[in-house]
Design a protein around this ligand. Structure first.
Ligand code: ZN
Length: 133
């Protein structure tokens, strides 16, 4: 599938409001978008660093995936997303050697197509594939 770059790194936080000042005041980045993704029960905040984004994830529901992760770990690095041309095709290719969470792409933040690979198959790093189609 040849990913072109790290599209974003997803970081689970208890509160966007509490987390954003570190990225803005210490790292000097600018939060350019805050978006709710209802499907994933999160509110996201984005920062651009070169070709890569930092995606902060705040849960909107304690029963959602990020809500459970924060409850268990207190927050922290949650997933890494690789940019690919075609997510459906990349998931099909990955299926040969890897357990999938998503068998088909779904729509994530910023209107991008996304699909997750299971951490069991990715050295325990929750891995997302992300692209325009
Ligand atoms: Zn993501």
């Amino acid at each position: 599938m040849k990913p072109t770059h790290i599209e974003h790194i997803g970081i689970a936080v208890k509160s966007l409001e509490e987390a954003i000042p570190f990225y803005e005041n210490v790292l000097g980045l600018k939060c350019y978008a805050v978006e709710e993704v209802k499907d994933q029960k999160v509110k996201t905040a984005f920062f651009q660093v070169g070709q890569t984004k930092i995606e902060l994830l705040e849960s909107t529901d304690p029963e959602g995936p990020i809500g459970k992760f924060v409850e268990k770990n207190g927050g922290g690095m949650h997933h890494m997303a690789f940019a690919v041309e075609d997510v459906a095709e990349a998931l099909n290719e990955a299926a040969a050697g890897c357990q999938l969470i998503d068998k088909a792409p779904r729509t994530g933040a910023e209107g991008l197509q996304i699909g997750f690979l299971h951490p069991k198959s990715t050295n325990r790093v929750l891995t997302e594939l992300c692209g325009k189609k």
